[in-house]
Design a protein around this ligand. Structure first.
Ligand code: SF4
Ligand code: SF4
Length: 106
């Protein structure tokens, strides 16, 4: 066994599988909004068909839902990755989700 590898004396087959989150749901404890770097999504409800694709794919649970409708974006958690914009299936103007520039306060 590698002496520099501290696994509490467990053998490899006794370790938990990789890629498992033992504390699922803890993303709400991390305000990931500080990770945005100059761009953020902007929501416009006019053509939103409430398909919830943005809600399903957002990795930070930042899409706000009100009843059975999308209501906006929680910028405390939105890290500006743009996945929601890419997944939105609506292609006619005004788009429900677009990326806009954001002035960063330092
Ligand atoms: S850009 Fe969209 S998908 Fe990415 S964290 Fe913000 S709301 Fe979620
Ligand atoms: S993916 Fe687009 S159309 Fe679907 S709920 Fe989100 S904003 Fe609305």
């Amino acid at each position: 066994m590698n002496p520099g590898n501290d696994n509490d004396g467990k053998k490899w087959h006794e370790l938990p599988g990789g890629g498992i989150n033992p504390d699922a749901g803890n993303s709400l404890e991390n305000y990931t909004g500080y990770l945005r770097r100059g761009e953020k999504p902007q929501f416009n409800p006019d053509n939103c068909i409430n398909c919830f694709f943005c809600w399903v794919f957002c990795p930070e649970n930042a899409i706000i839902v009100d009843g059975e409708k999308i209501a906006g974006i929680n910028y405390d958690y939105c890290k500006g990755c743009g996945i929601c914009v890419n997944e939105c299936p609506v292609s006619h103007e005004p788009l429900p989700l677009i990326m806009v520039e954001e002035k960063i306060e330092l």
